[in-house]
Structures are given as C-alpha cells and as structure tokens.
Design a protein around this ligand. Structure first.
Ligand code: MN
Length: 132
C-alpha cells in the first residue's frame, strides 16, 4: 500500500492528461489517467481512488452520465468526483452538481493551485470516514 493519495483522471485529450499527470505527480499524488469512461470503470473495478477528476466532454459516455453512474455504486459513494471542464457557460456548473459532482474546476487548470484544490476536496471527502 502507498500512503500517497490516488487520483483517477478521466480525460480524452492527451495533452490535458499529460499536463495534469505531471502537475499532480509533482504535488505528491499517485495519478492514473484514462482516455474514456469504459477505461475508468475497468480501473474502478480493482482500485478505489481517493478522488476522481472527471472531464465532461468525453467520447461515448459523457462526464455527467459517468458521474451519475459512479455515484450509484456503494463502493464509490464516498469518493469525491470533481468535474474538470472547459464548459463554463451559464448553467454548466449547475449541471455538474446535478449529475452528482462534488466540485467543479475550470480548464485551463491553474498549475500553481491545482494541488491545493485537489487536497481540499480530498480532505472534505474523507473527513467523516478517516477523521481527516
Ligand atoms: Mn474532453
């Protein structure tokens, strides 16, 4: 077992995957990135991450649908799902919360802040189960 927090990042854009992977790895996280929802589900069948970063515009299954499906799984109910999206039109933020997302981050990511943003979501998400 590792004591690093494990992040699953579901994102179809390889540049975004590489950027976020590099930032979060440098911040001390263990990062697994996958290009679509099906790959995400396969990962989640054997590993429970500390947080899921969810792109919204994904091929086949979009991030809203993915989030609502994952939130129905008892084994994942406690895992924060954070939308990371370029959808910043009026109403987009509300749609991510309606789908079950616990947080919302806009693209482009803020390289200097992303680590702290992720840490704050993990602390909120695990406070009850792990006592902080
Ligand atoms: Mn996308």
């Amino acid at each position: 077992m590792t004591d690093k927090a494990v992040i699953l990042y579901i994102e179809d854009n390889p540049d975004n995957r590489m950027l976020v992977y590099r930032i979060l790895r440098a911040e001390g996280f263990e990062v697994h990135s996958v290009p679509d929802g099906q790959s995400g589900i396969e990962f989640l069948d054997h590993t429970t991450p500390d947080l899921i970063l969810m792109d919204i515009n994904l091929p086949q299954i979009d991030g809203y649908t993915m989030t609502s499906r994952l939130k129905q799984r008892p084994d994942l109910a406690h895992v924060p799902i954070i939308a990371l999206t370029a959808n910043v039109m009026k109403g987009d933020r509300e749609k991510t919360f309606e789908a079950g997302c616990d947080g919302y981050l806009q693209k482009p990511v803020d390289v200097d802040k992303l680590g702290d943003q992720i840490r704050s979501f993990i602390q909120v998400g695990t406070f009850n189960s792990l006592g902080g």
